[in-house]
Design a protein around this ligand. Structure first.
Ligand code: PLP
Length: 432
């Protein structure tokens, strides 16, 4: 008898959490690593969140509470959804989770049966893909195109929709590409969904980066197009917008109250409820008029960093990088760099078993970390199916400009270090 269940072997992971131990290993040898791998803003959460959390703890608001989320917080979420998206949702349509992440897997558990198809962006947040086989569904990656600024065409989506399609994940602004679909693109995508999908198909619109949008643009939710509010789960949270990843507060707004209650039952089964003092802190964030200017200032800083780093990255031989419209990531194409450094040839020389475990961008990622002390994420960390032959890295700009510049200098140095790469590869350690 096997120790673990069959399903458990079908679950993927988020590699961002796997890079940490490698960084520690490198740093334990005495050299600090420039960390361009981080998926969280390098800012402190606003003071008004901290004050409210402390106030609530001192009030002894630290007991079990409503598994769906505190009504005070759900009211604030519903108000904000209605104000920012001109929707008409009630607090009963809202369910609160410990972060933006849990509702991804929960949605797959809630809506998908064996054999149902789940469409998700690739590259995309890894949890969309990692859950699919675990729930017995079929993964259908929707490949984001570099030449479309990491969006996709309505035709591409249409070609993937079948009678088995049950759930469609969308994520704008996107992790890892920073891509943002225009209002017109979203409109055409909505038209395809309305015309091709039955009423039981759900769109999971991951809008966790909704407040980090550049170039004077404003976030647009797909739920605002005619008919879409009846099919869309809007997911968001405090982790990115308020630099509060450790607060673990996220939420989803569902098309019907019944669906929010089904999510609530998943909460009951998994963790009962979410810390009430943090929910009150999150409520304070949503209600405080200082929050919008605070987020706008943070976004401006990300935008300045984006412009500076984009220029420097594009100056490196073998790297081309698109300008992201939001979030805090750059997603350069490193095909040329991998080719001139010998990474692609080295990868091709690996035996099949090792080839499966790594990729050219992974080899470069590990080489850059171990030999040039700069941490980035590889393409494979954002969806593996159909990613062969695609050579990209994700760089986070959640660090001071000088640190980012040093990181880019190290990437450039790694790109020129052909002898170093050959030696690293031949040693055969830490290749994935
Ligand atoms: N969705 C996307 C697109 C993300 O990038 C992340 C975090 O990186 C999440 C969801 C999860 O956020 P949280 O930390 O709030 O669970």
């Amino acid at each position: 008898m096997a120790l673990y269940s069959d399903q458990m072997h079908k679950m993927g992971t988020e590699n961002a959490f796997k890079v940490g131990p490698h960084i520690l290993k490198v740093e334990s040898r005495g050299t600090p690593v420039v960390k361009l791998n981080l998926g969280e803003p390098d800012f402190s959460a606003p003071q008004w969140i901290k004050d409210e959390v402390i106030r609530q703890i001192e009030k002894d608001n630290s007991h079990y509470c409503d598994p769906k989320g505190l009504l005070s917080f759900r009211k604030a979420i519903a108000n904000q959804m209605n104000e920012t998206r001109a929707l008409n949702v009630s607090p009963e349509h809202v369910c609160v989770f410990p972060g933006g992440k849990p509702s991804i897997g929960f949605s797959q558990q809630l809506y998908c049966s064996k054999g149902d198809e789940i469409i998700y962006p690739s590259p995309g947040f890894p949890i969309y893909e990692s859950f699919v086989r675990y729930v017995g569904a079929v993964p259908v990656p929707l490949h984001l195109r570099e030449d479309q600024n990491f969006t996709f065409t309505p035709r591409q989506l249409e070609s993937l929709i079948t009678p088995k399609t049950k759930l469609i994940f969308l994520n704008f602004p996107s992790n890892p590409t920073g891509g943002v679909a225009t209002r017109d693109q979203l409109h055409s995508i909505a038209d395809i969904i309305m015309s091709q999908c039955g009423p039981d198909v759900r769109v999971y619109s991951d809008e966790i980066y909704e407040n980090i949008v550049f170039d004077g643009q404003r976030h647009v939710s797909i739920a605002t197009f005619p008919g879409m509010e009846k099919q869309t789960i809007i997911s968001s949270g405090l982790s990115k917008s308020y630099a509060w990843t450790g607060g673990r507060i996220g939420y989803a707004v569902t098309p019907t109250i019944e669906e929010a209650d089904m999510f609530k039952n998943l909460n009951i089964n998994y963790f009962s409820c979410i810390p009430p003092y943090n929910q009150e802190g999150a409520r304070a964030a949503l209600e405080n008029p200082q929050s919008r200017p605070w987020m706008a200032d943070m976004t401006k800083i990300f935008e300045k960093r984006r412009d500076a780093i984009l220029k420097e990255l594009n100056a490196i031989d073998g790297i081309t990088c698109r300008k992201p419209g939001g979030a805090f990531y750059l997603f350069p194409n490193v095909s040329g760099l991998c080719k001139r450094l010998g990474v692609i040839d080295a990868y091709e020389s690996l035996p099949g078993r090792l080839k499966q475990a790594t990729s050219p961008s992974t080899l470069f990622q590990m080489f850059a970390l171990y030999q040039h002390k700069v941490a980035v994420m590889d393409r494979q960390s954002f969806g593996t199916i159909g990613a062969n032959g695609l050579h990209f890295l994700r760089l986070s700009i959640a660090a001071e400009l000088e640190t980012l510049r040093e990181g880019v200098r190290r990437i450039a140095a790694a790109g020129d270090d052909t002898a170093g790469f050959r030696h690293f590869f031949e040693k055969g350690e830490n290749l994935f």
